[in-house]
Design a protein. Sequence first.
Lengths: 181, 311
Amino acid sequence: MENSKLILDESGMAMVLSRMAYEILERNNAHGDLVLVGIRTRGVFLAQRLQALLKQIAGLDVPLGILDITLYRDDLSHGTHHPVLEKTDISFSLDDKIVILVDDVLYTGRTVRAAMDGLMDFGRPRAIQLLVLVDRGHRELPIMPDYVGKHVPSSPQHKVKVRMREEDEHDSVTVSYATQG
Amino acid sequence: MKKRIFSRKDLLAIKGLHEDDLTLILDTAESFKEISRRPIKKVPTLRGQTIINLFYEPSTRTRSSFEIAAKRLSADAINISASTSSVVKGETLLDTVKNLQAMAPDIIVIRHACVGAPHLIAARVDARVVNAGDGANEHPSQALLDLLTIREHKKNFAGLKVAIIGDIAHSRVARSNMHALPLLGAEVRVCSPPTMLPLRMDAFPGVRTCASPEEALEGVDVVMMLRIQLERQDRTLFPSVNEYARCYGLNVRRLALAKKDAIVMHPGPMNRGVEISSAVADGKHSVILDQVENGVAVRMAILYLLGGIAE
């Protein structure tokens, strides 16, 4: 059995994203140095929406990069089939840029650690700021987000599911508690 | 959705692989291409893994390509070539391999003049084995880089016409491609002097033998020229180099028979003026240097996919 609770619906997600776009502008003076990097898969969709919002709100053209963190994971080892690698596409230098790193759910922090290692191979950013749609806690590494769409207190047994219409049927964030059996 | 995994321990041949295996390697290689264009061309993925390149035959491209691939994945790569190893002191292949095994490598890349040498050692070591060319049998990583190059230029394989021209019988590149291309839906034609044609062409279903290069080239999308192995010329497989160049060499006039947007490939090293004229090799149809670039990406993909497989 699965009990599912809706945390964000379509308009909720839109509101949260627009608030975070304003926060990005408010926090950074050097708007010209901003770049967005989305972590595959849903981080990319979120980054694309933020890119459109920044254009709409402030007329900014913020470059967008796509990062696949597979090659930087800390759980690659013998005895596990290496996951399918998708393309990374960051076609600009990150030297001296303010990178807004975007992901859907922040949990253990291991994905973000891997992503930061990846970013460093594209140059030396002035700063990396972390933006997540959902922070569900339970960090295993010392990582803090700079922009949070929604705090969702959860237990490790909970499943947090982000759906986005680019890949799913609609926009939503749900939390479910999967019981055994 | 079915999970895509590469579940074989070794990469010994194209023959026996499924279409899905080929597509997975090509997709992975495509994702790896970007790394070679970064300011820092290295990812930590195979950190701590040891890769031995064991080459019993001379090689520049393949050996350096595997070495660069290993290093860009942060593996430790060790090169052993027969001429500077204990092989010259009379050590057998199996003894060499057992000694290397004792040093716990994760992957052994081997090139050997004997057909089946990689298969022989793969059955006896824990390390995963990659065939980098065994005699006149197969050269799977070369075929895969050829496939990647074709796919980049032609998008897909279905209905594509490919001509392979040259010393088919002695070419492991041709053999691997004659297995791979029909599997992906391409139509393959081969042409060579009769002395250089394999005895059993029926082992390659879907491959048509043509009597002349003109017949083979008519309306093709892809031309693959093979190297004439001048070192074998003492076996008098053809009367003279000049005659070979005249009858089978790819020149601008012959290439005009192919489609307007045809691509020309060569696995290297080229004999300019023999199997391929310089005007063609350096011309706008040539994708020979793309092949070399793709070689690194394909070998990174092979090492990455094998690197996750349990012993």
